[in-house]
Design a protein around this ligand. Structure first.
Ligand SMILES: Cc1cc2nc3c(=O)[nH]c(=O)nc-3n(C[C@H](O)[C@H](O)[C@H](O)COP(=O)(O)OP(=O)(O)OC[C@H]3O[C@@H](n4cnc5c(N)ncnc54)[C@H](O)[C@@H]3O)c2cc1C
Length: 377
């Protein structure tokens, strides 16, 4: 680590001030690194602003569970210092089972999380109705993940950047990195920033700096409503969401409703592959709303304020790319977080920091290595 910093010379330069780059800046500077962060647009204005902010533990694969549960413990440690505008809400997640087949999945998840010491509760039809009175009757039950929570992602990103700046991080706002190679990054105004390590946390834009990576945008749409405090009590997700999240070829929607601290409801969600048009797709939006109303008929009477789209950076195995870029020594990737980048941002920052400090991490880093190969369907 440098003692006296030469102008434009840092230990680490980060491209992108979304939640991932912002978390990295805060973590690196906390560990004594001299950091610069480059952001062409707004802090937290990319996928981070479009995301739901559900901090979830997921169990699609052991590596996904390891990363999400590790990151959740980091978020929980941070809670006392998060400012009000981050809107942390410890509401828990409730996976809703529509029928007995989905209850089998509830029982499987219950066993999985219990064995790993995460607090979960199984609900039958009656206790589900008590927990969420606005759900339609006749649903089979559900599973509550008590440690899951919700934040407002752009404010979290702004908070991490401002904390990093207080400790000396230099922010190049309105500038873009156009080339990254070992030892330096070139900005769009011709400035060169020098650093031993360059971290690319540019989300779906990664292909512009490192062509040929298997990272593709996956479109999503959300809707926010007026304020209805107490309308839902948990982040509600249908178990069918897993099918939707897994499908990589066809458009899909799933019932996913989030209570915001403001009393508003965030209604999702959709996934579209191969569609890079940021305009709201009315057909998908109607399908998404019909799905939501199917689970929660009372949503018919709420008023929606605004809808938007965003793009998740998806990899074939649904795990992010965290680590040194193949063929580009000194250049590190922190992208490909798909629909879990808010959840896993803090763990991503820790893993990279451990790598730079040449020390072991709390979880194995290999599953997220950018040099892994993907089995394509
Ligand atoms: C509809 C939707 C719902 C979601 N819901 C959730 C959820 O509930 N929970 C969850 O955990 N995740 C969720 N996600 C996923 C989550 O939003 C993303 O995984 C996360 O925001 C990715 O953060 P990021 O910092 O990698 O990318 P971004 O937020 O996109 O940030 C990348 C930044 O890099 C900048 N940039 C681009 N090119 C350059 C360059 N050349 N030089 C410098 N900077 C550059 C961009 O301007 C941008 O600010 C959702 C996503 C969507 C779309």
């Amino acid at each position: 680590m440098t003692q006296i910093r030469q102008e434009n010379s840092f230990d680490i330069v980060i491209a992108g001030a979304g939640i991932v780059g912002a978390s990295c800046a805060a973590e690196f500077v906390r560990n004594g690194f001299e950091v610069a962060i480059v952001e062409p647009s707004e802090i937290g204005g990319g996928a981070t602003a479009a995301g739901m902010g559900h901090l979830a533990v997921m169990d699609d694969s052991p590596a996904q569970f390891a990363l999400t549960s590790y990151s959740q413990s980091l978020w929980r440690d941070l809670v006392p210092e998060l400012p009000q505008d981050v809107e942390y809400l410890p509401c828990g997640s409730l996976w809703v089972a529509a029928d007995e087949m989905e209850m089998d999945e509830v029982r499987r998840k219950y066993g999985y999380y219990t064995q790993r010491n995460l607090p979960v509760e199984m609900l039958d039809e009656k206790s589900l109705a008590e927990a969420e009175p606005n759900l339609r009757s006749g649903l089979a039950g559900g599973l509550v993940l008590k440690n899951d929570s919700v934040v407002y992602p752009p404010c979290a990103a702004r908070y991490f950047v401002s904390e990093a700046q207080k400790s000396g991080t230099v922010l190049f706002l309105g500038r873009r990195i156009v080339k990254a190679k070992q030892g330096s990054a070139t900005l769009d105004d011709g400035t060169t920033l020098f650093a031993s390590n360059i971290v690319l946390a540019t989300g779906t834009a990664i292909g512009k700096l490192v062509p040929g990576l298997d990272v593709h945008p996956r479109k999503g749409q959300l809707l926010i409503t007026d304020r209805y405090p107490g309308f839902v009590n948990h982040q509600l997700i249908e178990l069918g969401y897993l099918k939707s999240a897994h499908s990589v070829q066809s458009d899909s929607v799933a019932f996913n409703v989030q209570p915001r601290k403001t009393g508003q409801l965030l209604i999702g969600s959709s996934r579209q592959y191969g569609n890079e048009d940021p305009v709201i797709d009315d057909t998908v939006m109607s399908k998404m709303l019909r799905r939501a109303i199917g689970y929660m008929p009372a949503l018919r009477s709420v008023s929606a304020i605004r809808g938007w789209t965003g793009f998740r950076a998806a990899t074939p195995d649904k795990l992010p790319l965290i680590g040194e870029c193949p063929d580009l020594p000194g250049v590190y990737l922190a992208t490909g977080h798909e629909g879990l980048g808010i959840s896993t941002s803090l763990a991503t920052a820790k893993l990279l920091c451990d790598l730079f400090l040449n020390r072991d991490s709390a979880i194995p880093r290999d599953p997220y290595s950018p040099s892994r190969t993907f089995a394509h369907a």
